[in-house]
Design a binder for this molecule. Structure first.
Ligand code: ZN
Length: 243
């Protein structure tokens, strides 16, 4: 255990923490599994930057040993409603295909950063809160993608070549949103701290009408628990017009 152990004696894990409901539950799962969790958030130029502050608070309250924010300006490329203020976040809940909130290659970029940090830390475990049930249809949330990235990671690093096989954990991948909420509640996640909204206000208030808000709200209803989300008084239906 020496190569992967932290000063606490626990094996280290890198946890991608966006500040949303899913990644918060993923962090709680990793903590409960006995890992010393090093949380990583990416400031990629997302319009819902309030999630970064939420991530910091979640890392602290859930007992992570570290939280870092890496800046990587994907908004230099744009190409997504989350990184280009001229593209509206859909609020009608009715889009065909992969929605414009998809950020090109986002999970590959983020997992690559997590992989780099894991190798430096001597960690063999990376956690990501992707979900392929109640989700927006993003291609980099699918089980095949997770398996392929894990395979690539074990070809790509000195650590793996020298025998430290890396495991990529996606514990939520087959869970419904209601199941994720139930698991998080059981593990003591304060969902009131989490921000899922694609166009959350600076103070973290949610629009209530984007895809992320719809999935989240439906999840609380299906789970039969109170929704602690702070919603804007007036639903935000056209974010681009505001920016
Ligand atoms: Zn929203």
């Amino acid at each position: 255990m020496t190569p992967t152990g932290s000063s606490s004696g626990l094996p280290r894990a890198v946890v991608l923490l966006s500040g949303g409901l899913d990644s918060a539950t993923t962090l709680a799962i990793a903590q409960a599994a006995g890992f010393a969790c090093h949380c990583l958030s990416i400031d990629y130029g997302q319009r819902h930057r309030a999630e970064l502050q939420a991530a910091n608070e979640l890392a602290r309250t859930l007992g992570a040993c570290e939280h870092r924010v890496i800046r990587l300006a994907l908004n230099e490329f744009g190409g997504s409603a989350l990184t280009d203020p001229t593209i509206n976040v859909p609020t009608d809940g009715d889009q065909a295909g992969i929605p414009v909130t998809y950020v090109p290659a986002r999970n590959t970029v983020m997992l690559s950063l997590a992989l780099a940090w894991a190798e430096v830390l001597g960690s063999r475990d990376i956690f990501i809160g992707v979900n392929a049930v109640d989700y927006s249809g993003y291609p980099d949330c699918r089980p095949d993608y997770i398996a392929a990235f894990e395979k690539m990671a074990n070809l790509a690093t000195r650590a793996a070549v020298e025998g430290a096989v890396l495991r990529l954990h996606a514990p939520l991948i087959d869970m419904s949103k209601a199941e994720i909420i139930a698991r998080g509640n059981a593990l003591g996640v304060d969902f009131g701290l989490t921000i899922s909204c694609y166009q959350a206000a600076g103070d973290g208030r949610a629009c209530g009408v984007c895809d992320a808000c719809r999935l989240r709200r439906a999840g609380f209803i299906a789970a039969g628990t109170a929704d602690p989300t702070r919603y804007s008084a007036t639903p935000v239906v056209n974010s681009a017009a505001q920016s």
